[in-house]
Write a protein that binds this ligand. Sequence first.
Ligand code: SF4
Ligand SMILES: [Zn+2]
Length: 216
Amino acid sequence: MRAWRPKQQTARLTPAPADPRAWGARCDVCPLRGAKPVFGDGKVNPALAVVGEAPGREEEAIGIPFVGKSGEALTESLERAGTTRSMVFIDNAVACFPPGGDMKAFIQRAKKQAKASGVEWHEPVDCCRPRLFFALGIPQCSSCGKWKAGPDSCGCKAPRWLYPKPKEGVERRPPKTLLLLGNAALESVLGVDGVMARAGYVHAVPWRGPDAMVKP
Ligand code: SF4
Ligand SMILES: [Zn+2]
């Protein structure tokens, strides 16, 4: 099948930082370090943000998320829903293409590597989660440093949820609604293991920013 190319959008809508660590990515503990990251792209403060699992080969080559087969399907779905790619923000739980597109193998390697280096790790993609959370405008507890994943508190008696300061050349894109495609996106954003109980769940969140998270 011919690779899909955006009809209107031939370049990124928003500039990407040269270094994923500018968005807080922990590439030093990630088995994919050295790969070419594909950063989220789209509207600033959109009504909807879509988060998938990871870029594929075509996304890696073009440097824009969701431009392969899944991108074609997503673009058509958005158009059927009366919107366009340029009106939403699109990102992935993991910014780099996992070898062979094998997320399961990547997650296993990442967990093993974190354990071997004594790094605290939450499934499935802790290395890239700060980058995604920063982009989506999810707040971080200034007392313990944990990000506010889903409706759960960090465990501090009086958590202070703050938005990290925007870094140079990087803008946050807090959406009203998050559409999470796939287990990696759901687990990463909600910070939960085993998503079966949450499948088909409309998740109201209490922080300023996303109003709801939906998994189809
Ligand atoms: S997946 Fe994320 S954390 Fe891992 S190397 Fe790529 S940008 Fe860095
Ligand atoms: Zn805390």
